[in-house]
Design a protein around this ligand. Structure first.
Ligand code: ADP
Ligand code: ADP
Length: 225
């Protein structure tokens, strides 16, 4: 359970570039919010601020009414899936999925149980002993999602997670992620370039341009005209 509030959030990078400017946005608990906009408009920066991978320059960021401006990433109960998947090449699928939990000091038997459960949910159980290089693109994408859900995060951030898949796999993966969102009951913030993804998956769509929020609306309002 988690709601998110950006309250007048600005991110100015060290070189002076303002990537996000005075962002005001509330994401409701269990919402599937899609962030869209041209390359360089500040989508990834917004996700990284939420995840605690960047610090805010101005404003406040709340998760469930708790101000998290200075809360370390590891204490935010947020998982992020990257476009590149960022799997550890020398680790098996099992080890990739287990890694975050073992850093948290979760007992091994609990880790094994949670990894297996997540692997079942994503239909990747037969792959647990493989290394990433022994997987197809679609399988890697599932492992990246598995590594995130295994920790039962309250917020799930995804940065163009399907952009490396071919068109056919993408259609399938869209449906699976929508289903996963319903099953997990987790708040999703999802970055994409793909209008079809935004329309079919999002409960609401936020449009950024040059670091400024232009509009937040349901897919119906935004695209059906
Ligand atoms: P998007 O995800 O929408 O493509 P980003 O959030 O990645 O946009 O980037 C927004 C802007 O901030 C871009 O112009 C990018 O070049 C710039 N930017 C990103 N990271 C840094 C950084 N570490 N230092 C300076 N500028 C950055
Ligand atoms: P150790 O590091 O003590 O040798 P392991 O890493 O082999 O322990 O196993 C720790 C737990 O994770 C065990 O319960 C094991 O069954 C489980 N486990 C390890 N690898 C896999 C895998 N590929 N698939 C399913 N469970 C695994």
């Amino acid at each position: 359970m988690a709601s998110i509030t950006f309250d007048h959030v600005t991110k100015r990078y060290d070189n002076g570039f303002v990537a996000v400017e005075d962002l005001n946005l509330t994401v409701a608990d269990r919402e599937f919010l899609v962030l869209v906009g041209p390359s360089g408009c500040g989508k990834t920066t917004s996700l990284r601020l939420l995840a605690g991978l960047e610090t805010l320059s101005q404003g406040n960021l709340y998760i469930d009414d708790r101000c998290v401006n200075t809360l370390p990433a590891k204490d935010r109960n947020i998982a992020m899936v990257f476009q590149s998947y960022a799997l550890y090449p020398h680790m098996t699928v099992f080890e990739n999925m287990a890694f975050g939990l073992s850093l948290q000091g979760v007992p091994k038997s609990t880790i094994a149980q949670q990894v297996r459960q997540a692997a079942q949910q994503l239909d990747i159980e037969p792959l647990l002993d493989r290394k990433p290089k022994e997987l197809s693109g679609g399988q890697r994408q599932r492992v990246a999602v598995g590594r995130a859900i295994v920790r039962h995060p309250a917020v799930f951030l995804m940065d163009e997670p399907l952009s490396n898949l071919d068109a056919k796999l993408r259609v399938q993966a869209r449906a699976e992620l929508s289903k996963l969102h319903r099953q997990l009951g987790t708040t999703f913030v999802y970055v994409t370039h793909d209008q079809v993804e935004a329309m079919t998956m999002g409960t609401r769509i936020a449009v950024l341009n040059q670091g400024i929020l232009q509009q937040v609306a349901s897919p119906q309002v935004l695209y059906d005209r």
